[in-house]
Design a protein around this ligand. Structure first.
Ligand code: SF4
Length: 503
């Protein structure tokens, strides 16, 4: 098979993996070596459906011995299969880098023979890149669940970021849709990566301090840092009945216990005709978008999960973003005086972002802030004005200061910034670097029972897994029907009591 054919197959097969984003690490160019890495520089280009494509995002192989229900590469599918040799992939990456097509590599793989064999192929590829080609660019590598700790360690010293996919938000769903994987296989490498990162950082700090002890043990050859850009994970949303409440609680537990850099959500993309999967072909991008907004609140806005969502209303409001929703539920907190409020209070105001809040804190040392100054600082004044006073003056007059009155102003899709508009779309597939590889299953889904030619669900089609069409997420009764009260519990239990769970 020609290399270009392999690339077509393996780049197309990798597009369902969303767990890559900007690198988060700085590394300068070096004489005799190739490439550098900028903290914000890796995946700054996003495809129309939100998937980033400036990394060379490929699979080592789409051959897989596993049979995950949701995956196009599962062994029971009849698709064209291909595998790169390590030399082919390393040469291809360098050739693309030299042509300025890419800034780094995102490498995942199907499980060929075994997790260890697959990981060894990835290690050989990365060793060629780092060693033979002196490549200093960004590399994100997937750790295959079930890989030996020694190989995870070796891979981690070659990659900048690693990720182990959680795949699904509960153990029950994992057992149903990916029966060959289990929570121990997934959590054990995540924990190992967390621990190795911490040890590596501590050791380097001691070496820098030049302590007597570290002089004695300092390695002769400088070893690459272990996963310097941290680890991330990904889970599929919408393939199984877990609610946003369960998903966000699980994400918070992952940040808390495993120090993850990111949790990625991937709206379920139907590629297989399988009775265990929901029978819709519409991507729930709006739901994915709301989950990312909520995730942002957890990581940067000092919100707790309980402030964003509760068990009574287990799905995020599709009409209003989670921060605005919190504001509507806590009107007694407002208005906030922008010239006096602490940073924590400013961060709660719809229309004021993290950067804006810090700008306000700095600017008010030298001036009194009003509408003109706030607009200059980039504050979304049209939204913020309902929740702030500027030197005692309130600019939201004429609007009923009630949940219903303000909701009407906040529910509209924000103008400017295409992301919100993109998220409103439900599109029937994902973008490819090449034309999409057709599978018999995709064709069957397109003509399948329960889906009319416009992609709408027919009667009963959503009931196979107890799922409902997109747009019904905020219905508590529906959520109870769909939800599994302790769906994410299995994961969280394992995370909170890690050592026992994985012993
Ligand atoms: S192990 Fe990965 S590549 Fe293989 S079937 Fe499962 S999800 Fe697909």
């Amino acid at each position: 098979m020609e290399l270009i054919d392999k690339l077509e197959i393996l780049a197309d097969a990798a597009k369902y993996d969303v767990a890559c984003t900007s690198s988060g690490i700085d590394r300068d160019a070096q004489k005799g070596k190739l490439g550098n890495t900028m903290a914000a520089g890796c995946c700054h280009s996003f495809a129309a459906d939100g998937r980033c494509i400036t990394l060379l995002k490929v699979l080592m192989t789409n051959v897989c011995v596993y049979d995950c229900a949701y995956c196009v590469n599962r062994c029971s599918n009849e698709v064209r299969r291909a595998a790169f040799t390590p030399q082919e992939l390393a040469d291809l990456t360098i050739a693309f880098y030299r042509r300025n097509y890419i800034e780094g590599l995102f490498l995942s793989s199907g499980v060929i023979k075994s997790p260890d064999y697959t990981t060894e192929l990835m290690i050989q590829t990365l060793s060629l890149l780092r060693g033979e080609h002196g490549f200093r660019g960004y590399i994100h590598a997937k750790a295959v669940p079930g890989t030996s700790p020694e190989l995870v360690d070796e891979l981690g010293h070659l990659a900048d970021r690693m990720s182990v996919n959680m795949e699904l938000p509960s153990q029950q769903s994992l057992a149903l849709l990916a029966p060959e994987k289990n929570k121990q296989q997934i959590i054990a490498p995540m924990r190992q990566i967390r621990d190795n990162i911490a040890v590596d950082k501590d050791t380097r700090a001691l070496v820098r301090k030049n302590t007597t002890y570290m002089k004695a043990v300092k390695p002769k050859k400088k070893e690459r840092a272990f996963v310097p850009a941290g680890q991330s994970t990904q889970m599929i949303v919408g393939a199984t009945p877990e609610s946003d409440f369960q998903i966000l609680n699980l994400s918070a537990a992952l940040y808390r216990t495993l120090s993850l850099k990111r949790v990625f959500f991937s709206a379920y993309t139907p590629v297989n005709d399988d009775a265990r999967l929901p029978g819709t072909d519409a991507l729930q991008l709006n739901r994915e978008h709301r989950l990312y907004q909520a995730d942002w609140l957890l990581r940067f806005y000092r919100f707790d999960v309980t402030e964003i969502i509760d068990e009574e209303h287990p799905f995020l409001d599709p009409e209003v973003d989670p921060k605005a929703n919190w504001a509507l539920n806590n009107l007694d907190f407002f208005p906030v005086e922008v010239n006096k409020a602490p940073l924590e209070a400013l961060l709660r105001v719809p229309g004021i972002g993290v950067k804006g809040a810090h700008s306000i804190m700095r600017a008010r040392h030298s001036t009194t802030l009003g509408e003109r100054e706030l607009r200059k600082l980039g504050i979304a004044y049209k939204r913020a004005r309902f929740f702030i006073t500027c030197n005692g003056s309130y600019a939201g007059q004429g609007t009923d200061f009630s949940r219903e009155g303000l909701r009407a102003h906040l529910a509209a899709t924000p103008k400017g910034g295409g992301h919100g508009r993109r998220a409103d779309k439900a599109i029937p597939g994902q973008l490819s670097l090449f034309e999409s590889v057709e599978t018999p299953e995709k064709a069957r889904i397109a003509q399948g029972a329960g889906v009319d030619p416009r992609g709408h669900l027919g009667a009963g089609a959503g009931e196979r897994l107890g799922t409902a069409p997109a747009g019904q997420h905020d219905n508590a009764a529906n959520g109870q029907r769909r939800g599994n009260a302790d769906g994410a519990f299995g994961w969280q239990h394992a995370l909170e009591q890690p050592e026992a769970a994985c012993a």
